[in-house]
Design a protein. Structure first.
Length: 131
């Protein structure tokens, strides 16, 4: 199965979080994030859900427009909850959304940290995620 939503934010994470790598990258808007998620789902999603990207777009775009209606520039953070809802609608536990901060945290965990080996498996406590 493809972790479409996780792949979506890899290039956007540095731009939205304002890290040194993304300092020269333009602002990611809520509409831009939404469009990128829909695009990635349409192009790369191969999970068990029968919902298609176009159906999700039609269902959630009006909500995005309501969320951003009063904003001159609607930043990507405004769409985080909506993107989560959209991906939850897939009912696929292997496709989910990570904010840039969560992505940074998960990346940091993969390059080091407190780990213990047991029976050929790595056990690592993830704050807020369990084992």
């Amino acid at each position: 199965m493809v972790l479409s939503a996780l792949l979506v934010l890899c290039p956007l994470a540095s731009a939205a979080s304002g890290t040194a790598e993304g300092a020269d990258t333009e602002l990611v808007t809520a509409q831009g994030l939404f469009d990128e998620v829909i695009y990635e789902l349409a192009l790369n999603y191969n999970g068990p859900s029968q919902l298609r990207a176009q159906e999700l777009r039609e269902r959630f775009l009006p909500q995005l427009r309501r969320v951003c209606a009063a904003e001159t520039v609607c930043h990507s953070e405004a769409a985080y909850g909506l993107v989560n809802q959209m991906l939850l609608a897939l009912e696929d536990d292997h496709t989910y959304f990570l904010t840039p901060q969560e992505m940074d945290y998960m990346s940091a965990l993969t390059v080091g940290g407190d780990t213990t080996r047991s029976f050929g498996m790595w056990w690592r406590r993830l704050e807020g995620w369990g084992l």
